[in-house]
Design a protein around this ligand. Sequence first.
Ligand code: FAQ
Length: 310
Amino acid sequence: TDAQYQQHFDAKIAADTAIEAKDWMPDAYRQNLIRQIGQHAHSEVVGMLPEANWLTRAPTLRRKAVLLAKVQDEAGHGLYLYSAAETLGCSRQEIYRKMLDGKMKYSSIFNYPTLNWADIGVIGWLVDGAAIVNQVALCRASYGPYARAMVKICKEESFHQRQGYEAVMAMANGSEQQKAMLQDAINRFWWPVLMMFGPSDTDSPHSAQSMAWKIKRHSNDELRQKFVDNTVPQLEALGMTAPDAELAWDEAAGHYRFGAIDWSELHEVIKGRGQCNHERLQAKRRAWDDGAWVREGALAHATKNAATAA
Ligand code: FAQ
């Protein structure tokens, strides 16, 4: 009976046994995973755009090769995640379409422009740094296919974070102009990066249930704090500052205290009114339309092969 299935599912969650694709699961658990994994996949795919903007303008061949590899990795992450979502019974086309139609979200951070080369270093360092803190926790998510995809993704993200830090180190040790560019990029990205972790725990509708199901192992605020604690020493090592007068070490708490986040900005960006929301969706819609001939060609080829085999 359903009650027995539910009991079996609850026992697995309690025992930290992974839920697999063919296992029974409550429909709300399935839908919640499709929502989160789908948004995560869309973020990887849309996340290629801000960096792709600088592929043709990277300062050296080495930087260009590294950035190309990183952007390709992001495409790969999108593919693993769409595959993980498909194991839950949704079609890739269907959720991709929802993203193109603005009915499914992707991370707020990719709605900010990349104005200069320093932004690319800062994305690798801070955006991938934030992504790792969030994704390391997801390696232990209760849904097996999602957790396993996260393990591989985290290994690649850690290379991304280091290449970003190496790029910003070069600028921090460079000319006064380079230092100023870096500080400006940090000033623009700092707060939006803190917003990547989602609304505060008191305003996060999905958190309680996702934590009970062990999809999320830590709350949004816990992960945000962990990121700040990791990052401030890196900021200091660069000789740079954060645009936050209240950022300070709290000896008693063993954490860095930071200023209030402007939640209205996150809400505006999530609602589609950020600086680049329109441009990002336009770019993805154009890519979808321009790729129609590839999909048609691949389908015709597969049909021909199947007929030959028969
Ligand atoms: N942006 O109740 P909660 C990357 C939405 S890293 C947009 O707290 P939840 C790597 C949320 O979806 C970035 N929307 O929700 C890379 C929900 O909306 P809904 C991707 C946000 O799910 C680097 C509503 O607000 N990483 O791509 C944001 O429990 C460089 C209420 O929020 C992931 O997606 C936001 N910042 O917690 C690629 C990680 N925050 O569905 C290229 C996986 C919240 O009700 C270059 N996801 N919302 O319409 C998660 O861990 C979670 O989904 C959270 C949100 C923590 C993002």
